[in-house]
Design a protein around this ligand. Structure first.
Ligand code: SF4
Length: 420
């Protein structure tokens, strides 16, 4: 990707300036299957965690062999794989860092995302084939700090989620460097994860991958001996609404954001597919014709079909106030449930082989979704196991099931069922 800033943009028919280079869509991948789904639905790059030095100790982190497999799969789609190595390291964490980074380089990882200066410096020295991207954990929000990291040899800075749109414009005006910004997903109620709530409450270190999301627990609140809120009546949490910038794609592109980052290595396959699918279409639509770009309701609806907390625009346009806080701790129930994943499709017979992820049965209406907004409703007439035995219900997780579809489907397409 080039480091285009608005100076390299063209003028459209209205005289407005437009960037010419396409930003990267960067998706989370908590395991190999999520990596395949993210790439299938149009991510240009994915970020994963290895078994060391990452910030998601509860995700199914990748072994070196799985990373190699993920890199090979992504390469078939022209996509890249980045590895998060962004812990704040204590002395005991650092043993073996150089060997680990050389292993990442040897299996074709394109970049690491790092916060600790020793990990940054070791990667630059010991694994020159790896790009080093500065993690959001460094809380970078001004162009002078960005310039510092560029002079240290880093091609990209992941900004703090607390950076405003105006600050991004300012950074791109002063420094020719790739800027990555979170555009969708969970927000911390502290500065970009610099939080020790989890450490205090459960002895799990947020900054070494152990956050237990204590901010989202339900609390009784007392002030001066009086109960202000309790969990039975007025529930209180310290959680923030999630970030969603689907309505503001032109602003992000025109501000010069080079990489659009979706948060959520712990999120479901369905979530990754829906969110990547929506942003892919929006970015492509803008780049195809910025002059006549228009937000489509179907992109917003697609995001809403996977599990979601209430959404807002974070710090992009103003500092979050009381309205950006979550007072009702329950997430909105998702209107759809992920039912199966397509593994094979035979065009001649119109038969798909799907792998079960939640129960379904003949007579149900389901929806198949694929990249680019491809979607259709399907009534399941009959279905069989792989040996051809008729099934009255698909109740076994991971069972392979044969059923007919009215329209063609592709491997890695998802099948989901409506709940609400
Ligand atoms: S407890 Fe909440 S605010 Fe703190 S790091 Fe975890 S998710 Fe972020």
């Amino acid at each position: 990707m080039t480091n285009a800033v608005l100076d390299t943009a063209a003028r459209g028919r209205t005289g407005k300036r437009y960037r010419l280079d396409k930003p990267e869509l960067l998706a989370p991948a908590g395991n190999l299957e999520k990596l395949r789904i993210a790439v299938h639905y149009g991510a240009d790059a994915v970020y994963i965690g290895g078994q060391k030095y990452g910030l998601r100790s509860n995700a199914d982190n990748f072994s070196i062999d799985e990373m190699r497999e993920g890199v090979e799969f992504a390469a078939r789609y022209g996509a890249k794989v980045f590895v998060a190595t962004n812990i704040y390291a204590h002395q005991e964490d650092l043993e073996g860092v150089a060997d680990y980074l050389r292993q990442l380089e040897s299996v074709g990882i394109a970049a690491i995302i790092a916060a600790d200066p020793y990990i940054v410096e070791t990667a630059l020295r010991e694994a020159p084939g790896l790009e080093v991207h500065l993690s959001t954990q460094q809380s970078t929000m001004n162009w002078q700090a960005v310039k510092f990291w560029k002079e240290e040899g880093l091609p990209r800075v992941v900004l703090a989620r607390e950076t405003s749109m105006e600050e991004i414009r300012e950074i791109k005006k002063h420094v020719d460097i790739e800027i990555e910004a979170f555009i969708h997903g969970a927000m911390c109620s502290s500065v970009s994860g610099r939080c020790v709530l989890s450490n205090h409450f459960t002895d799990r270190d947020s900054n070494r991958g152990g956050c237990c999301q204590s901010c989202r627990w339900k609390y009784d609140l007392h002030e001066g001996g009086l109960a202000v809120a309790n969990a039975d009546e007025h529930q209180f949490t310290m959680g923030s609404k999630d970030l969603c910038m689907i309505r503001h794609i032109p602003d992000l592109i025109e501000a010069g954001v080079d990489s659009f980052k979706i948060e959520g290595r712990m999120k479901s396959i369905h979530y990754v597919a829906s969110v990547v699918n929506a942003y892919r279409q929006a970015i492509d639509a803008y780049m195809a014709d910025p002059e006549s770009y228009a937000l489509k309701q179907e992109w917003i609806d697609e995001i809403g079909k996977a599990a979601n907390r209430p959404l807002n625009t974070g710090f992009f346009y103003s500092k979050p106030g009381a309205g950006e806080h979550i007072y009702e701790p329950e997430e909105k129930p998702a209107p759809y449930d992920f039912a199966a994943i397509v593994q094979e499709y035979d065009e001649a017979s119109g038969i798909a082989v799907v792998q079960q992820r939640s129960p379904f049965k003949p007579g149900m209406e389901v929806e198949f979704i694929g990249p680019g907004g491809r979607a259709f409703t399907q009534r399941i007439d009959e279905m069989t196991d792989e040996e051809g035995n008729p099934l009255t219900v698909a109740r076994h997780p991971m069972q392979r099931i044969r059923l007919r579809t009215d329209q063609p489907v592709r491997t890695w397409d998802l099948m989901r069922k409506r709940l609400l």
